[in-house]
Design a protein around this ligand. Structure first.
Ligand SMILES: [Fe+2]
Length: 388
């Protein structure tokens, strides 16, 4: 065999190995990891809660982002795993932090899951997520977000020219503002603008500039939620009524007082609140908080952790969220490919974090819209909340 033929065979062999590894990875990400639901156990301690939480802790079974859409064998496999895991668990409270369904084809499996879980002594509560309201089209996601990126770039260019002419500096607006509706995240002065300003910079019109712009666009779409077209609308009335028939209450901008044997060592005396979805609903943290005594121990359910952009949310001791799916694709050292969140760093796509005195737990969720996970297994969580 001559040298050229050996080299050709080597290249073909190398490409074959790369293709084989790629196919195996894709198969794992499509058919193995999304179906391997993990049970995570975590203890969270809340200061100043003595006498308000059971001595052994308040046990919360936390589900999120089931995204049911009528994919029968996949969804049934997940439901069966959760049924087996939950059968061996004792918990006081069942919660679901939204995206129950991906579209209305997921209604039957949503109801089957909630019906199947044993009703705990303190009840079952949920909040709505963006997918509970809306089905999105992903067909034009790149062109749509490229247009948004270009628009931001042009705005930045004009702003820089204006500053040069006026000799002034315009600070970003909206920082620390209250999120009162979905509009607040799509208009000027919103978190979109603040984060866009971080990732979009005017490039020189050179080959290097073109390459830099491509890299910046990639960074932009990794760090800013995709803007997606509404394809259809789901009936939240149908979903809410179905959940209530299964004894799960949906908390939309309201709080309930969980009070069971107060002053008893196993008693509970806390407020549980739920907030409407940040992207598609009308979250009202201030109004919800007004229902709760200031010195109460307070837990907030919010599908989207971006509620943390509203400083009023920091009045809660604990916020439980989902929405991110843990990034869905998480690479070693690199972190999550995307979080669909304005607030989070890509290394905070799931798990425990803290903002001021507010503790936050973000579930990776059970399901996914695009059936693909790598490095971000689906999960349910048994949280034990204790007084510090
Ligand atoms: Fe979701």
């Amino acid at each position: 065999m001559n040298k050229n033929k050996r080299m050709t065979n080597g290249i073909i062999g190398g490409l074959g190995i790369v293709a084989g590894v790629g196919m195996a990875t894709a198969a794992y990400a499509m058919f193995r990891e999304p179906l391997d639901v993990a049970l995570e156990r975590r203890t969270i301690r809340i200061p100043h809660a003595q006498g308000k939480l059971p001595q052994h802790g308040l046990r919360i079974l936390h589900l999120s982002d089931t995204h049911f859409q009528g994919l029968e064998w996949r969804e049934r496999a997940k439901i069966n795993q959760i049924r087996k895991m939950a059968a061996s668990l004792e918990y006081d409270l069942l919660i679901h932090t939204g995206d129950f369904w991906h579209n209305e084809q997921g209604y039957e499996n949503t109801i089957a899951l909630i019906n199947m879980l044993p009703a705990p002594r303190l009840g079952a509560y949920g909040v709505l997520g963006n997918h509970d309201y809306v089905c999105y089209s992903h067909g034009d996601v790149l062109t749509r977000n490229w247009d948004r990126y270009q628009k931001r770039q042009n705005q930045n260019g004009q702003s820089e020219e204006s500053q040069a002419v006026n000799g002034t500096h315009q600070s970003g607006s909206g920082q620390g503002g209250t999120i009162s509706s979905a509009q607040s995240i799509s208009q000027s002065g919103s978190p979109v603008d603040e984060i866009s300003d971080r990732y979009v910079r005017k490039n020189s019109q050179t080959v290097t500039g073109f390459a830099q712009e491509a890299v910046q666009f990639m960074r932009y779409i990794m760090n800013v939620p995709f803007e997606l077209e509404h394809e259809c609308y789901n009936s939240i009335e149908r979903l809410t009524a179905g959940l209530e028939q299964c004894n799960m209450q949906v908390l939309t901008n309201r709080a309930i007082h969980l009070c069971d044997h107060p002053d008893h060592p196993d008693g509970v005396d806390i407020y549980l609140a739920g907030i409407d979805d940040v992207f598609e609903g009308k979250p009202d943290v201030r109004g919800t908080l007004a229902e709760i005594p200031a010195d109460a121990t307070k837990i907030l359910l919010s599908h989207n952790p971006d509620i943390l952009d509203d400083p009023t949310s920091r009045a809660f001791d604990l916020i439980l969220s989902g929405h991110t799916h843990g990034g869905q694709i998480v690479l070693p050292w690199f972190g999550a490919a995307h979080t669909q969140s304005f607030h989070l760093d890509r290394h905070e796509a799931a798990g425990y974090l803290k903002r001021d005195d507010t503790q936050v737990y973000i579930s990776r969720g059970v399901g996914e819209g695009i059936p693909l996970r790598f490095g971000a297994k689906p999960q349910i969580t048994l949280l034990t909340v204790k007084a510090e």
